[in-house]
Design a protein around this ligand. Structure first.
Ligand SMILES: [Ca+2]
Ligand SMILES: [Ca+2]
Length: 416
C-alpha cells in the first residue's frame, strides 16, 4: 500500500481494537499490538496500535490522514519523521585541553577504571550497590552482543528491515553508552557506573544513527511493557524537524502517554541535553519532556584530566553542552574524552568519545545503583535523590546551564 507512515493519537486512553479497525476502515486482523510488531515494512497495511497509549502507527495517503484527523475519536494525527543520534563531538573542537594519556586507573589485572567513573563517585557506592538485577534499556544503535566486557540480557529492533539488536552502527554509539552504564567489573577492559545491572539493547537507530519517531515510541512502549527500571536515550529530532515544528513541540505530546506509563512503573528515563555550537543554546527533544532527566556535559580540568571526585577546581560545563532558560537541564556528568566499550568497527573494541551522549549514561547507571538501594522509591523520589544530591558547579545552586550540578553517586546513595 502506498502512502506515508502516520501516527494517530486517540482521545480515549481505552480505545479498543475494534474502534481502531473501524476508524482506519481495516479488518480487525490488520490491527496488531505495536510493542510486539512495529518493525514494519513501509508497504505494510497493518495498523500497529499501542494499547496502553492509545496511539496507532500505519501507512496511509495524505487525504486519508486529514479525514481521520477530523473524526471525533481522534485527538491528533502527524506524519512520522526522521530522528537521529546525537553526533559525536570532536574533542579538538571543544575548549578542552588535549587528551591525557592517563584517563584511567589500571588495576593489577589490567582492567582500566576510567577516571570519569571516579569523578561521579560511582566506585565509592559499589560496596553498597552495583545495580545488580536492575534492568536498563539503551535506546540507540544497539549494543555489540559479542563484546567481552558487556552482557546483553535481551533486546529488540525497531529499525526497518533489521531484526537483530546488535550494534551495526558505523561508530558504535549504543555500545559506547552501554559500557558507561554497565561494563563489567572483571579483569579486562573498562568498568561502568553500575557494573552488575542488566543491559537491554533497544535498537531504534540504524548504522548511520538515523531512525524514525515511531521507533522511539515503540522503544518506549517496549521498555514499559518489559518493566525496565531505567531507560537511556541518546536521540533527537533533526534540525529540519525542529525548524518545521517551530516553537511548539507537538511531538512531545505523542510521547507523553508512553512516558506516563514508564513513570507509573517507577522507571527513570534519562536523555542527553544535546550538543551544539550555537551561542543560542537549545535542549533537544526528548530531553525536554518533564519526567525525563535532561543531562548536560562537563569537561576536563586545566591539565586535561578528568576531574577527581569533589574537585577543588570546580568542573565546568563543556562548551557544546546544550541548555536553555527555564529549569530544563537537570544535572551534568562527564562528557569529554570518555573511554568506553565500542563495537567491532574498532579493532580493539574500546575507545574515547565526546558529547552529552556520554554524559547521559552516567546518570542512567547512577539511577540503577539507586534503584537497587531503594526498590520502593517512586520515580520522582529517585530523580530527586539524583538531582538534589548533585555537586554544585557553575553559578551558585540550581542554574539553567548545569541544572543541580555534577552527578554525585555517593551523595545520591546517602540521600534520604
Ligand atoms: Ca571490565
Ligand atoms: Ca550551580
Amino acid at each position: 500500500m502506498p502512502g506515508k507512515r502516520y501516527i494517530v493519537r486517540f482521545k480515549d486512553l481505552d480505545t479498543k481494537f475494534n474502534t481502531v479497525a473501524e476508524v482506519f476502515k481495516r479488518d480487525l486482523q490488520y490491527v496488531e499490538e505495536a510493542e510486539k510488531s512495529l518493525s514494519v515494512n513501509p508497504s505494510d497495511t497493518t495498523v500497529h496500535h499501542f494499547t496502553k497509549a492509545a496511539v496507532s502507527v500505519l501507512q496511509m495517503e495524505d487525504n486519508e490522514a486529514s479525514d481521520i484527523q477530523s473524526l471525533p475519536e481522534v485527538d491528533d494525527v502527524m506524519e512520522d519523521f526522521t530522528i537521529q543520534g546525537h553526533l559525536d563531538v570532536d574533542p579538538e573542537q571543544t575548549e578542552s585541553r588535549p587528551r591525557s594519556e592517563d584517563d584511567f586507573v589500571t588495576t593489577p589485572t589490567g582492567q582500566k577504571i576510567p577516571k570519569n567513573i571516579q569523578t561521579v563517585g560511582a566506585d565509592q557506592v559499589w560496596p553498597l550497590s552495583t545495580g545488580q538485577g536492575i534492568k536498563v534499556a539503551v535506546l540507540d544503535t544497539g549494543i555489540y552482543l559479542a563484546h567481552p566486557d558487556l552482557t546483553v540480557q535481551g533486546g529488540v529492533s525497531f529499525v526497518d528491515g533489521i531484526d537483530s539488536w546488535d550494534d551495526n552502527g558505523l561508530k558504535g554509539h549504543g555500545t559506547h553508552c552501554a559500557g558507561i552504564i554497565g561494563a563489567h567489573n572483571n579483569q579486562l577492559g573498562v568498568v561502568g557506573v553500575a557494573p552488575d545491572c542488566l543491559l537491554y539493547s533497544v535498537k531504534i537507530l540504524d548504522q548511520h544513527q538515523k531512525g524514525c519517531f515511531s521507533s522511539l515510541l515503540a522503544g518506549l512502549g517496549w521498555a514499559a511493557d518489559k518493566k525496565m527500571d531505567v531507560v537511556s536515550i541518546s536521540a533527537r529530532w533533526t534540525d529540519q524537524q525542529i525548524q518545521e515544528a517551530g516553537e511548539e513541540c507537538r511531538e512531545i505530546k505523542f510521547l507523553q502517554r508512553h512516558l506516563k506509563e514508564l513513570e507509573d512503573n517507577n522507571c527513570i528515563v534519562v536523555a542527553a541535553s544535546g550538543n551544539s555550537k550555537k551561542t543560542e543554546k537549545i535542549v533537544y527533544e526528548p530531553a525536554l519532556a518533564e519526567t525525563v532527566l535532561a543531562v548536560g556535559a562537563t569537561g576536563k580540568d586545566q591539565q586535561g584530566q578528568q576531574f577527581p571526585y569533589h574537585s577543588q577546581e570546580k568542573p565546568k560545563r563543556a562548551d557544546f553542552s546544550c541548555w536553555q532558560p527555564g529549569n530544563i537541564v537537570d544535572l551534568c556528568a562527564p562528557g569529554v574524552d570518555i573511554y568506553s566499550t565500542w563495537n567491532k568497527s574498532r579493532a580493539d573494541t574500546y575507545g574515547h568519545k565526546t558529547g552529552t551522549s556520554e554524559s547521559c549514561p552516567h546518570v542512567a547507571g547512577a539511577a540503577a545503583l539507586l534503584k537497587k538501594l531503594h526498590p520502593d522509591w517512586t520515580a520522582l523520589q529517585t530523580r530527586r535523590a539524583l538531582t538534589r544530591s548533585a555537586f554544585d558547579i557553575g553559578a551558585s545552586d540550581f542554574d539553567d546551564k548545569t541544572g543541580y550540578g555534577l552527578l554525585d553517586c555517593l551523595s545520591a546513595a546517602n540521600y534520604a
